[in-house]
Design a protein around this ligand. Structure first.
Ligand SMILES: [Zn+2]
Length: 273
């Protein structure tokens, strides 16, 4: 027996899979196929109607078939997910089935709309251009476009590393030659202390960023996509945390300033007496 990819859940197939990508269910996985079309399991995902995460349920009209292979054959089946906060909020998916091979052939809203919600928070710490490219990259990757999405992501990653470099190069003892001649993994190592620890510890994963675009296949890019995206998110998470801390410090400084100047006024008015 060969190790098989586990069958996708409803959420993975609807929200994670690009259009037209096929999955063939093994006969013993009929139940997973049945779940895709008939399960009432709650699904937690982004609702464009609520503009927030919500719990969805499969909307089924008519009887729910009992036999686990009811979905097998040559047919098209629709999957409609309804938001539990407001039943008018629906996500539509259309699947083409040939035997046990299932392919998503249509959906509304788009994959990009359903997949970019979680990165919207980063617009506060990215330039407008970088943020637009980040959402574009996620949209392209969601549609199975590997090299194209990777180019955008790589550029954002390099910009973030460069921002860390601009700070690091003013450090005493900075070895600029090593940095300029280093590949991405070596640069990340040199920037330890200015980049998230996870990124530095796992820098070898970013070797792929040093490869020329012409050397990369669609599948290599798609496989590296989540790793590079995670690296970007880690850097941005730290920037978000730093800017929240900065805001709090400014508030505290203002509050203390207010107290001190009031105390000063009171002290002065005390000596006037
Ligand atoms: Zn909703």
């Amino acid at each position: 027996m060969t190790a098989q990819t586990p069958p996708p859940t409803v959420k993975e197939f609807c929200i994670g899979y690009p259009l037209y990508e096929e999955f063939t269910f093994a006969k013993e996985d009929d139940e997973a196929g049945w779940n895709l079309f008939f399960s009432r399991e709650p699904i937690d995902t982004y609702c464009p109607g609520c503009n927030a995460h919500s719990i969805f349920h499969l909307h089924i009209t008519g009887d729910i078939p009992r036999n686990l292979d009811a979905w097998v054959g040559n047919k098209r089946l629709a999957v409609v997910l309804k938001c539990s906060r407001d039943v008018a909020h629906k996500l539509f998916f259309l699947f083409e089935i040939e035997g046990r091979t299932v392919q998503k052939i249509g959906q509304y809203p788009s994959l990009a709309d359903l997949n970019t919600y979680d990165v919207r928070q980063y617009s506060a710490v990215l330039s407008k251009g970088d943020f637009r490219e980040l959402t574009k990259a996620i949209g392209l990757a969601a549609h199975g476009v590997g090299v194209g999405s990777f180019v955008y992501l790589r550029r954002i990653f390099e910009n973030l590393v460069d921002a860390a470099y601009q700070i690091a190069k003013t450090d005493s003892g900075w070895d600029d030659d090593a940095y300029q001649n280093g590949r991405m993994a070596e640069r990340i190592q040199l920037l330890a202390g200015h980049l998230p620890e996870f990124l530095v510890d796992n820098r070898s994963m970013y070797k792929i960023l040093s490869q020329g675009i012409h050397e990369l296949t669609e599948n290599e890019c798609l496989a590296a996509f989540p790793v590079v995206k995670m690296g970007i998110e880690l850097v941005l998470d730290e920037k978000l945390a730093a800017s929240a801390k900065q805001r709090k410090l400014e508030q505290a400084t203002r509050a203390i300033h207010g107290l001190v100047s009031r105390a000063g006024v009171e002290a002065r008015s005390g000596t006037d007496e």
